[in-house]
Design a protein around this ligand. Structure first.
Ligand SMILES: O=P(O)(O)OC[C@H]1O[C@H](O[C@H]2O[C@H](CO)[C@@H](O)[C@H](O)[C@H]2O)[C@H](O)[C@@H](O)[C@@H]1O
Length: 776
């Protein structure tokens, strides 16, 4: 990515994309040449990253992978209390790593004797900026992405809003910074996410119009009416600084006394080390060594190491000249960003552009979340080159301020068409804002909880309900070939004139080749039309042949690659037989995304999740219809006995299983019959919704008060309290699945596959008639 020279444009707060000055051009050109010449340029990564082994702390004490690509996995442990051995540690470079844990400014580069001259450092920085261009110079590009979306801002505190200083208690933000943050928060939901305790960071920032997440996101304040948190076991009620009732989301509550203990131990252990400072951040403890003589850094590392060994439920992260001891739970700034976005009503990325500015390693988790699902922008504040998950960079707090100010000034140029309601979660006084007034539709309300995928076929009016994702199937090919003039006709023509297929030796191979190419060409055109992924049906005649499915997917992927459709835009739709699930396991291990369909029983869903399938699809209405006309399926009957709809009950159970046990699988609910089904499914990842249901949701207005009645039924928080039997939690295999699948799932799976098979045969007949391959 490259937007400009890296120096911000002076003048207008609403920035234009810059053209590098001639001297900059020269520098960038030579830098680019350096980059091309077999990495001959100065090192582009963090000059001496602070990695766990270099810190002298055993990797086993880092149960979660650390963010950022610069961490080494090599193991190098500091021996306990044997000073002689510390020399080994020193010779392994950990001391350099500690030095570089806070990227030095140019002036300091010389002081710490880093092996680059000032000029080299400039060149290194400029070349690094090719990969992480200045967010100021790319401002227009960022704003283009923001059109028709709601910008949501996340700001780290230390090193982002306030400059890094020696004394953490004196890290103040300037009044100018406070003023731009306050202004931007009037229009764009803005959250401060800090490693500090929440009350401390609130005290330092002092703005009531923001949201605050302290202790690296382990302490988030939410309004009492926030539906996400209402029934969450991690939430407690409290009052904010103005005495208003709030919910506190605190996933590490049970660690409070442990952190107290650890804080005291660390204070005691480090009390004789001059300059050492231990901070209590409620859910984590920080040990600062910025002001400690370098000769004593080994002792600091040693003491932290000792504590971690005594408390295996804690883990270490590190910031700028600070070691942080925190609960070993799967929660970080990235998870907090996701949670906050969902609380704001953005469970899907379509309508939101999150922007996160941060300077620290702990911010990398948030950058990663933004870069992935949300297609937002992480902005790394750094004066030195380092590998990052961020998309852009800024040099220092004054550039941060300029960027925030520019967003603020750009607001008239942004066309907002918010499609969602915003269950506001201001951290402090006055939860109301212009954003939660006014009318919205039921569609807005439901879309804030689940991604609504219009159940369109190519012949529908795309303008009214633009499809967000698509499926290429035999029935779609039949539709395309059966109508005189459709959007995708030329895609089929291109496929069927492919000379590669004509060259194959047998007519079966030719047909299979044409079929693959037709699916891929239509899928490729569809991928240009929809923002989401395109799912390609895999021949259901292979449903009981794992190797056959894998081979078929490889062939399809090859056909897609030939027309340059990247694999991340693709899913391969496979029937959820045991062999299909096994094929999904193999393909997912290769990084190929699979979509298991015809899931009608819990064991299929659990096995698919265990296999790592990207998406599983449950047909709610079909299961319901089956239950109306049949008996004898114990899973269906037990749902009916509980007074539940069997289709909805299966989605709920599968969702809870996936979320409770941390599977990556997304759940898609299909065969939705009416609005009530949609309401009952709120929170599931995708709901394939018929156009008539969409139309009705769109035409129904919700009054502001009613917005909150669209309660999310499925959430990771409620999943945590769902109880599964030991049997359900087993590692599913071919035998256990075949015994657990009742008549409903067996029959419906068979019907689904038969349908696919019949359509595929009809496509082959048609292809054979219209374009008979030579020699047939
Ligand atoms: O997530 P953040 O808001 O960036 O907080 C991270 C840590 O920031 C503070 O320490 C850092 O800033 C200090 C003041 O400039 C500096 O002296 C220290 O060396 C930096 O590490 C805070 O004191 C830590 O507790 C936070 O974890």
């Amino acid at each position: 990515m490259q937007c400009g020279s890296g120096d911000e444009i002076a003048g207008s707060p609403y920035l234009m994309e810059s053209i590098p000055s001639s001297s900059d051009k020269k520098t960038l050109k030579s830098v680019a040449m350096d980059l091309n010449s077999a990495q001959a340029s100065p090192v582009l990564t963090d000059p001496s990253p602070l990695n766990k082994s270099r810190l002298g702390i055993h990797s086993s004490l880092f149960p979660y992978s650390q963010s950022g690509p610069s961490f080494s996995t090599s193991v190098l442990s500091i021996p306990r209390k044997k000073p002689a051995k510390l020399d080994d540690v020193r010779s392994n470079g950990w001391l350099d790593a500690m030095k570089s844990s806070s990227p030095p400014r140019k002036k300091i580069l010389k002081d710490v004797n880093i092996d680059v001259s000032s000029d080299d450092a400039d060149v290194t920085y400029l070349s690094w900026m090719i990969k992480y261009p200045s967010a100021l110079n790319c401002f227009q590009q960022i704003m283009r992405q923001a059109r028709n979306k709601q910008i949501v801002i996340f700001l780290d505190y230390d090193g982002t809003l306030s400059p890094i200083v020696d004394d953490p208690d004196r890290a103040f933000m300037s009044n100018e910074m406070r003023s731009v943050v306050s202004n931007v928060a009037k229009y764009f939901p803005t959250t401060i996410i800090s490693g500090r305790r929440r009350d401390k960071v609130y005290e330092l920032v002092g703005l009531t119009e923001l949201y605050y997440a302290g202790s690296h996101g382990m302490d988030i304040m939410l309004p009492i009416k926030n539906t996400l948190s209402a029934n969450d076991s991690n939430c407690i009620k409290d009052t904010d600084q103005q005495g208003k009732e709030v919910n506190l989301f605190q996933p590490a509550r049970k660690f409070l006394s442990m952190i107290d203990e650890v804080f005291k131990t660390l204070v005691e252990k480090t009390k004789d080390i001059k300059g050492a400072k231990v901070e209590h951040h409620k859910f984590c403890a920080s040990v600062h060594y910025r002001n400690v003589d370098e000769n004593n850094w080994s002792l600091i590392a040693q003491y932290v190491h000792d504590v971690l060994k005594d408390y295996p439920r804690l883990r270490l992260t590190h910031g700028r000249k600070v070691l942080e001891v925190r609960p070993d739970i799967d929660w970080d700034k990235g998870k907090a960003v996701e949670f906050l976005l969902q609380s704001l009503g953005f469970s899907t990325p379509r309508d939101v552009l999150p922007i996160y500015i941060g300077d620290d390693r702990t911010d990398e988790d948030a950058f990663k979340v933004l870069r992935g699902k949300y297609k937002g922008y992480g902005i790394l504040v750094s004066t030195t080159p380092k590998e990052s998950n961020a998309s852009f960079s800024l040099k220092d707090t004054s550039q941060d301020r300029k960027l925030i100010n520019a967003v603020n000034f750009a607001k008239p140029n942004l066309i907002f068409k918010p499609r969602r309601s915003f269950p506001l979660i201001r951290a402090s006084a006055g939860f109301s804002s212009s954003l939660d007034t006014g009318l919205s539709t039921e569609l807005d309300a439901v879309a804030s909880h689940s991604e609504i995928v219009p159940d369109t076929v190519i012949f529908d009016d795309f303008e009214k309900f633009p499809p967000t994702a698509g499926t290429v199937s035999s029935s779609l090919l039949l539709g395309i070939c059966g109508l005189p003039d459709t959007k995708f006709k030329s895609a089929v023509d291109r496929a069927l004139s492919d000379s590669e297929c004509y060259g194959l030796e047998s007519s079966d191979l030719q047909m299979s080749c044409f079929f693959n190419k037709a699916l891929a060409h239509v899928g490729g055109d569809l991928a240009k039309l929809v923002p989401g992924r395109v799912s390609t049906e895999v021949d259901a005649r292979l449903a009981y042949d794992t190797h056959g499915i894998v081979r078929k997917v490889h062939d399809l992927l090859k056909a897609y690659t030939e027309i340059e459709v990247p694999p991340e835009r693709l899913l391969f739709k496979i029937p959820a037989t045991w062999q299909g699930i096994e094929a999904s396991r193999v393909l997912e291990a290769e990084g190929i995304q699979t979509h298991l369909t015809f899931v009608y029983s819990f064991c299929q869903a659990a096995a698919a999740a265990q296999a790592g399938a990207s998406v599983i699809q449950i047909f709610v209405g079909r299961l319901r219809d089956w239950s109306r006309n049949h008996t004898g399926d114990s899973e269906v009957e037990s749902a009916l006995r509980r007074g539940e709809d069997p289709g909805l009950a299966l989605v709920t159970k599968a969702y809870n299983y996936i979320h409770k046990y941390g599977h990556k699988t997304k759940l898609m609910a299909a065969a939705v019959r009416n609005k009530q089904d949609v309401f009952n499914l709120l929170g599931v990842d995708y709901i394939i919704t018929p156009l008539k249901v969409l139309q009705s949701l769109k035409e129904s207005v919700t009054l502001p008060d009613e917005k909150y009645s669209f309660t999310r039924r499925l959430s990771p928080q409620s999943a945590a309290t769902f109880n599964f039997t030991q049997d359900e939690l087993q590692k599913w295999d071919q035998y256990s699945i075949s015994s657990a699948m009742g008549p409903a799932s067996v029959e419906l799976l068979t019907i689904g596959m038969d349908g696919y098979t019949n359509q595929a045969k009809r496509v082959e007949e048609l292809f054979g008639k219209i374009w008979p391959p030579p020699n047939v």
